[in-house]
Write a protein that binds this ligand. Structure first.
Ligand SMILES: Nc1nc2c(ncn2[C@@H]2O[C@H](COP(=O)(O)OP(=O)(O)OP(=O)(O)O)[C@@H](O)[C@H]2O)c(=O)[nH]1
Ligand SMILES: [Mg+2]
Length: 422
């Protein structure tokens, strides 16, 4: 990411309106978060404005009067751009851009820009580029000159300003190629996943709001050495490492991109391949920054997104992190666990809770499989972890670790008719 000599200055604005859905509404906390996002993207916030209206204005979203006020504010601060906290339509973006005589971006545009500067792996870069095109395409007409006047910097990273101005057909064909490349990478990922499933090693996935401490916890548990920084969206790529929640119990831990309110749809769909890993997780650890005053809102956003991405019945353990920064009387969730990934406090207890959960879903069983049912034996080899095999007179005695689904398929051969802990 090339740092501009002079930071771009932005005026940020949000609309709070009872007509907007809660997740589309702006408020002081959401505006503060937007300010942090703009700064993370390398900009500077010159002024912030929270507008209240019974309903959004159809043409300008914020209202003609407010737009005029913003124009004066932008001129007075010599700001380069206006950033909206709400997702407004491409037509409203154009109207505001004309009225305020400057480039207009939305929260999604800023988030995409941060992602563009952060993507490291080939897949991450392709995913971000695709997301940017999806965001830009409907907004192309009208704002080209305002955006190119920015001359690099926020909102112009990634596809680049010259490409911005090329025609839609060119962009569409580029998007098509990106989609194809991503599909290919996703096939490779699927093969790796199958190989892992064959070994029957359960995956535990970290999810959480950005900056909650997922990577710090991952590093503490697996020594993965992932950079963990006090900035938004530090991690973009999925990293998976082996760990043992209990001696002799192999498992995998995955760290991935953090969530935030109003995560752009184009990003979610582009990162589908990465996030689909959550579907194969046996349990989710929801890492929560319990020292953040916005904790409750963060929990809602994360669990709504996680519910869309994981299997329906995947158990979630709430892991309240940064307990070292929060007074003990704030530890109010009896179901959750309070830890500090930074100091290590509570991490052993967390590992014990993970082991306990995994044992419940994955156990060792003894089967006696008749020679006539080779398919059942194949199934155990394919989806389970076979620990011993003994060819006897009446059939094959097999000891294998199975999850609930596999067990249901071969239960009739269980020598005890029930299970035993592995
Ligand atoms: N005091 C304290 N700080 C912590 C703790 N865990 C993480 N941090 C800090 O919080 C910041 C964010 O931590 P990360 O591990 O990068 O957070 P993340 O959830 O991976 O963030 P993204 O990758 O941006 O989604 C870093 O500055 C960490 O040092 C903790 O238990 N206590
Ligand atoms: Mg991280």
């Amino acid at each position: 990411m090339s740092e501009e000599k002079v930071k771009q200055s932005a005026v940020i604005a949000g609309l709070s309106s009872p007509a907007l859905r809660a997740e589309d509404n702006s408020d002081e906390a959401s505006l503060s978060e937007l300010a942090a996002l703009v700064e993370t993207a390398g900009g500077e916030v010159a002024a912030r404005v929270l507008q209240n209206r019974p309903s959004p204005d159809v043409r300008t979203f914020l209202g003609e009067g407010k737009a005029e006020e913003l124009r004066e504010l932008i001129a007075a601060h010599e700001a380069d751009l206006l950033v909206l906290d709400n997702e407004i339509s491409p037509a409203q973006t154009r109207a505001l851009s004309e009225l305020c005589d400057c480039a207009v971006l939305t929260r999604s545009g800023i988030i995409l820009d941060i992602f563009a500067g952060r993507a490291r792996t080939a897949e991450g870069k392709l995913q971000v580029e695709l997301a940017q095109y999806k965001y830009i395409l409907p907004r192309l007409a009208g704002q080209g000159t305002a955006l190119s006047r920015l001359g690099g910097g926020i909102g112009t990273r990634g596809p680049g300003e010259t490409k911005l101005e090329t025609d839609r057909r060119h962009i569409r064909s580029r998007m098509h190629r990106l989609e194809e490349e991503l599909q290919h990478l996703s096939a490779v990922r699927e093969q790796q996943r199958r190989a892992r499933q064959k070994n029957s090693v359960p995956v535990v996935a970290l999810v959480g709001y950005t900056n909650a401490g997922k990577s710090t916890l991952m590093n503490r548990i697996t020594e993965a050495g992932i950079p963990a920084n006090n900035r938004l969206f530090d991690t973009l790529d999925m990293t998976t490492r082996a760990f043992e929640p209990e001696a002799g119990m192999p498992a995998l831990l995955s760290d991935t991109v953090g969530f935030i309110r109003r995560l752009p749809h184009s990003l979610i769909s582009s990162f589908e391949a990465t996030l689909s890993e959550l579907k194969y997780a046996e349990m989710l650890l929801h890492v929560i920054d319990c020292a953040d005053p916005e904790m409750e809102a963060h929990i809602r956003v994360t669990e709504a997104l996680a519910a869309d991405m994981a299997k329906e019945d995947t158990p979630i353990l709430r892991v309240y992190n940064k307990a070292d920064l929060a007074p003990a009387e704030l530890r109010r969730d009896p179901e959750g666990i309070y830890i500090s990934a930074a100091t290590g406090e509570g991490v052993d207890e967390l590992l014990a809770r993970i082991a306990q959960q995994l044992k419940g879903t994955r156990r060792a069983f003894e089967f006696l499989i008749p020679y006539s049912d080779g398919a059942a034996l194949n199934l155990l080899y394919r989806d389970g972890r076979v620990e011993s095999v003994d060819h006897g007179e009446t059939g094959v005695s097999v000891r294998a670790v199975c999850d609930a689904k596999l067990y249901a398929a071969v239960q009739k051969y269980d020598v005890r008719g029930g299970g035993q802990n592995g």
